[in-house]
Write a protein that binds this ligand. Structure first.
Ligand code: URA
Length: 229
């Protein structure tokens, strides 16, 4: 694993903060001063921050900018799995806290802590999810009104809870929902006579996708971010 990834995962610091620590000479690897951020760590090497030995914590909490074309699965039987985007050293026991469809992009949370993930995904949690939705056809006032009040999804008996809708463009809206039904956003748009062309998750609860992460990149959550759930 790269040194800067290791420090971020061990400390929960942001990549910017890790760069500052390295630049200030506060990190040593086997007592060597000023190691390079991209140094590939070997098993047994001792990384210290101001003399304190760093280690990967027992539990891992990560955010990934999920690109299109990878499946939210921890097995690659169904195609390329998001786990393949995470360094092998961090993969053990990781699971996904709130899946996205293969063609959906954006914020995906992964953790080894089942209780933490449950707080995000449990139907009882009031954890809102914010999506940017691009539609095939222009959005009408009637469609927006229906989405706001709640719509009946095909095959279901209970309408969706009222959603927050902000129209961004003729064919683009920001949708905030407080539930996580199967393919919910696509089915909501189908229920109002439209079709989802592209879907991107911007936020889960108070946690937004880090704009510094390019598609396919991940980082450890900070202690404050982890504590949001
Ligand atoms: N709703 C969907 O339809 N797909 C997703 O990936 C997420 C929410």
């Amino acid at each position: 694993m790269r040194l800067d990834f290791f420090i971020a995962h061990a400390t929960g610091l942001s990549r910017r903060e890790v760069r500052i620590l390295l630049a200030r000479g506060e990190i040593t690897v086997n007592d060597e001063l000023r190691p390079k951020a991209n140094l590939q760590l070997q098993p047994g090497q001792a990384v210290r921050c101001r003399g304190t030995l760093l280690s990967l914590p027992g539990q891992r909490y990560l955010m990934l900018h999920k690109p299109a074309g990878v499946v939210s699965s921890t097995s690659d039987r169904d195609g390329t799995s998001v786990l393949q985007l995470i360094p092998a050293e961090l993969r053990r026991d990781l699971h996904i806290a709130g899946r996205l469809d293969a063609d959906t992009t954006g914020l995906l949370l992964l953790s080894s802590d089942g209780q933490w993930s449950h707080r995000i995904t449990s139907p009882k949690s009031s954890c809102s999810k914010v999506y940017r939705v691009t539609t095939a056809r222009p959005l009408t006032g009637e469609m927006i009104g229906q989405l706001r009040s709640g719509v009946l999804l095909r095959g279901e008996e209970r309408p969706t809870l009222p959603a927050q809708v902000e129209q961004l463009d003729d064919c683009c809206l920001r949708l905030t929902i407080d539930e996580g039904r199967y393919h919910q956003v696509k089915r909501m748009l189908a229920a109002v006579g439209n079709h989802v062309e592209a879907l991107h998750r911007e936020r889960i609860g108070l946690l937004a996708l880090d704009p510094a992460l390019a598609p396919g990149e991940h980082r450890a959550l900070t202690a404050e971010e982890t504590a949001l759930f």
